[in-house]
Each structure stands twice: as C-alpha cells, then as structure tokens.
Design a protein around this ligand. Sequence first.
Ligand SMILES: Cc1cc2nc3c(=O)[nH]c(=O)nc-3n(C[C@H](O)[C@H](O)[C@H](O)COP(=O)(O)OP(=O)(O)OC[C@H]3O[C@@H](n4cnc5c(N)ncnc54)[C@H](O)[C@@H]3O)c2cc1C
Length: 394
Amino acid sequence: MSTVSEPFDNFPGTYAWDVDERSFRAEIRDYLTQDPAPIFDRFDLKTSLAEMLAWHRRLAAAGFPLPNCPTEFGGRPRSVGMQLVQAEEMAAVGANFAVNIVGISMLTPLLMALGSAEQQARWLPPVAHGEELWCQLFSEPEAGSDLFGMRTTAIIDGADLRVTGQKIWSSTAEHADFGLMLARTEPGSTGRRGIGCFVVDMKSPGIDVRPIKQMGGSTEFAEVFFDDVTVPVANLIGTPGDGADAALKVLAAERSGLAMGSYAVFAAQFQELVRLCASRGTSGHRHALAKLWEALAVQRLNAIRQAGAETEEPTRVMALAAAGKLRGGTLSVMMQDLRAELLGMEIAAVDPSDQAAALVSERFVSSLGLSLGGGTHQMQRNAIAEGLLKMPRS
Ligand SMILES: Cc1cc2nc3c(=O)[nH]c(=O)nc-3n(C[C@H](O)[C@H](O)[C@H](O)COP(=O)(O)OP(=O)(O)OC[C@H]3O[C@@H](n4cnc5c(N)ncnc54)[C@H](O)[C@@H]3O)c2cc1C
C-alpha cells in the first residue's frame, strides 16, 4: 500500500485525522494507480460512456462500489468522509463523476426513500455495478425552472401508463437504458398536484431521442419525444399523483451530488492552477488563487454538511443542497476565469488533435453549465431564501 501524501491537507475538515479514512484513501489510490480511469471524450460519447461504465464495474468488483447504496443492493455504505475521499481521489485521476450521475446520485437515494422492495431489487444492483446507464427526464421546453408547469401526460390505463409529450436537455438520453421521468398522471391537474414519478425503459416503442448539437460540437443533451409510450404502472415510484414529492427529493439529491462531485473536480483542477500561477502568474493572479482556495475550502465543508443532512426537515435539506450547488456554479466560473487569464489566447487556440488542450478549452466553454444544470442560480437563491431564511414564497 502506498504512503499517502495528502493533496487536501490544507483544507479544513475533520476526516483527515481519521485513521480509517486515511487508509481508505491509500487503498483507493493504490487501486486507481493499477486501473486508471479512462479519459472522458465528449466527442465520442458512446464509446466513452461504455468505457466509463466498464471501469465502474471493475471498481465495484474491486471493493469500491457506490458509497450511498446499501450492501444488499451491491453498494457499500461509507462515512461522509470516505465518500468525500472517494470523490476526491476519483477526480484527481480524471474520472468523470457525472457518468451515471442520475443512477448514482438521484435514483439510488430516491428508491431508498420511496421505492418498493421490488423496485430496489430490480434497479439498484445494476447501478451499483455499472451495468445500466440512466438519464433524467424532467425539463420540458416550457418547464425548466418552473418544473411543475410540465405538460407531458402519463395517463393510467389498466396496468399501464400511456405517456405522451416532450422532454428537453436530457443529458446522455441517447445512450441511456432507463429514464427517471416526471409527467402528469391526472389530466387537467396543475402545479404540484397530479404528477407521477416513474421509470421508463428508453428502448420502448414510441420514444424518439433527438440529440442536440452544442456550440462546441458535442451532443450530450437530447430532446426526447413520447408518442403514446406504454410504461407499466408498477414503475411508478411512491404514491401516484404525489410525484412532486419524489421530484423534490431527486432535485435535493442531484444538487448535493453536484456540489460534492464538482468540489472534488475543482480541487483536482486547483492543483493545476497552482502550477500555472507559479510559472506565469502575477500578484493579482495569486490573490485570485487564494480566493479560490478559500471558496474551495468552504465548499468542502458544504459537501460534508450536506451529505449528513438527509434527516433534516425537507425545505432545509433542499436549501442546504441549493447552497452547495450555488457555490459549485460560482466556483466553476471563478476557476475557468482564472485559467483563461493565465493562459490568454492559448485557451481558445486549440489544435483538435491535442486532446489535453481541447479539454482545457472545453472546460472553459462549459463552465457556465453548472450554474444552469440541476436548477439555475436564481432558483437556488429562491430555495435558500425560503428554506433557510424563512422568507415568504415570491
Ligand atoms: C449542463 C446541463 C445539464 C442538464 N441536464 C438535464 C437533464 O439531464 N435532465 C433534465 O431534465 N434537464 C436537464 N437540464 C436542464 C436544466 O434543468 C434547465 O436548463 C434549468 O432547470 C433551467 O430551465 P430552462 O433552461 O427552461 O430556463 P428557464 O426556466 O426558462 O429560465 C430562464 C431564466 O429565468 C430565470 N428564472 C426562471 N424562473 C425564475 C424565478 N421563479 N425566479 C427567478 N428567476 C427565474 C432563470 O434563473 C433563468 O435565468 C440540464 C441543463 C444543463 C445546463
């Protein structure tokens, strides 16, 4: 086993003094040295996702499965400190935490809270073992921030739901096996009432996935059209009509997952910025670097705080997740701005055959994504105002 020199020793936190967590870091780092994470290539998403899932399978088989999934479903419960260690170490070797984020960070906690025993047994083990890829089918063209303005319907017809409508911005939908979906199960209902949260098999007849080509050339999102798609009623999670409750649980879990995962990625990228600053930074850049360090340290504490918050009152859980997500989005832009200042035109002048340079450029272009995906900054501020500051709803 390797001797661990802590890359995050200077960050405030408690885990670093815990012997188990230190040895866990050494253990996972040893494994990652032997089986490095594949490089994520968003321009060849199909191959890349398959490689990442295969790597996830090996990781799980080697004893590093999902930290937030019970053992009987193929996971291994870990302390919050260990979850953070696993996220940090994976990010440090460039493993893309977002692969299967829907299965790992959203579906798993949702099924543990509201899923039936059959649903847990069917869908959790393949997620824990990296066998099935999931996507999230929440946003619609007129229902993004206003999620409960959704119009897609899932009408109960005997033992089936018949689903008709459209979703948009569904990440990796083109390659996903299953979708976690929201639609109106009660025709004519509005707002939070009459919504169902259910699982849809993405290979079902009547589903048309149309990838959206992004400014940078990749196609990570898709529009998904449903034309009288049949889904078993047994796929409904929680009480039919009460899907808003499930949706809010998913959003809180998504935002917490994004906060912890993005923190770990930024902490890894921070080391690169330190090196860049040392070789070409001015005193202004060094001040910006120190501010970043401070923001990252706070985000680390946020991640620890959130991961231990599940039992708190729901609006508070949502607000804490919102705070982490908000800071994650802010950090993303701060980091890429500093990198752009240090690199100047090098950040844009990309030789397409130079994968490392293309990655740096792509990070810059996509740095705003975290301030939108999982809910915009304004929506996070609304959640904080209501859930933590107890302001009236606007
Ligand atoms: C990287 C990324 C990945 C994504 N992945 C998925 C996915 O896998 N599945 C999925 O379903 N969706 C996904 N989305 C969609 C995402 O959830 C929505 O883009 C987001 O919720 C905003 O919705 P919208 O784009 O419709 O913008 P709108 O809701 O139209 O918002 C437009 C602007 O108005 C502001 N605004 C709206 N309402 C309010 C309000 N009440 N108070 C203050 N300001 C307000 C917003 O903050 C924003 O600035 C993804 C988005 C991104 C960027």
